[in-house]
Design a protein. Structure first.
Length: 278
């Protein structure tokens, strides 16, 4: 891990590979660890993986990045993120991929840095409306494996109901790559930020058409952020592949439907390589 001082905050990040920068932004209560677990297998199978400099960050209040007491609104987080991009990437063109809350921040970058972005991947993106509503379906488990959860710790009791497809492997993956970051998250900071979670007005509205290769990937049974709001981005992202996968909730990735997840992310990478503005 490295750190980059931004607005007085030592932002922790990890880089893998060289070449075109690809910024990876994790979700709420997460950190770089689960993003790497989700996405590095994609690069293991990607013939052109060597051309991507993957930058996995820990947002403030997550992982190894502290959140100062003055930080507590989304416009401040975006300002910190923009300054981090300036420090780590500079004016170079780059791509961005964000998961859940990270997808929300990635959309803000699409709307504020469209000319610098080569493409964007919104992975189960959180897209609340102006009232903070998400229009998500009710939680639903379609494949049950109750015997897999006999030894849950007190802070793991939520896991079975959060899975569309229960399995020992799903629990193993969450324990290995997600629970550590959840336990490390600064809950006081998150509670403060949650009071000012919506994007600033200028970035909450759709921007000009972003005609670069994009990916919008959602879970049909995602009870956390839903999938319907993402459909509304297609006019703004005219070169987006949009997919809503059955048997997938908010754990779409290495936990649920890893095969199509890897295929679609790899396709997005290939489309960016095939069409790179000169």
């Amino acid at each position: 891990m490295r750190t980059q001082l931004v607005q007085g905050i030592p932002i922790a990040y990890r880089e893998v590979g060289e070449g075109t920068p690809l910024l990876l932004i994790h979700g709420w209560q997460g950190d770089h660890r689960y993003m790497m677990a989700d996405l590095e297998p994609v690069f293991d199978d990607e013939p052109g993986a060597g051309r991507w400099r993957r930058i996995y960050i820990d947002l403030p209040g997550h992982g190894r990045t502290p959140a100062p007491s003055w930080l507590g609104a989304q416009h401040q987080v975006i300002s910190v993120l923009r300054d981090l991009i300036d420090a780590l990437i500079g004016p170079t063109r780059f791509a961005v991929a964000g998961n859940s809350y990270g997808g929300y921040l990635s959309l803000a970058l699409v709307r504020s840095l469209p000319s610098q972005l080569l493409g964007a991947a919104l992975l189960v993106p959180d897209l609340p409306d102006e009232h903070g509503d998400r229009n998500a379906p009710a939680p639903q488990t379609l494949i049950h494996a109750p015997d897999a959860f006999a030894d849950l710790s007190p802070d793991e009791g939520w896991i079975p109901a959060a899975l569309v497809e229960q399995s020992p492997l799903a629990l193993e993956q969450i324990r290995a790559h997600d629970m550590p970051s959840i336990r490390d998250a600064d809950q006081k900071y998150l509670s403060r930020l949650n009071q000012h979670y919506l994007l600033p007005t200028a970035l909450a509205r759709p921007g000009a058409a972003f005609a670069r290769p994009s990916l919008i990937l959602t879970g049909r049974q995602d009870a956390t952020v839903g999938y319907r709001a993402a459909w509304g981005l297609l006019d703004e992202l005219p070169r987006a592949t949009y997919a809503t996968l059955d048997l997938a909730g908010h754990w779409l990735g290495r936990v649920e439907r890893p095969g199509p997840f890897h295929t679609l992310v790899r396709d997005w990478l290939e489309r960016m390589v095939a069409w790179e503005p000169q």
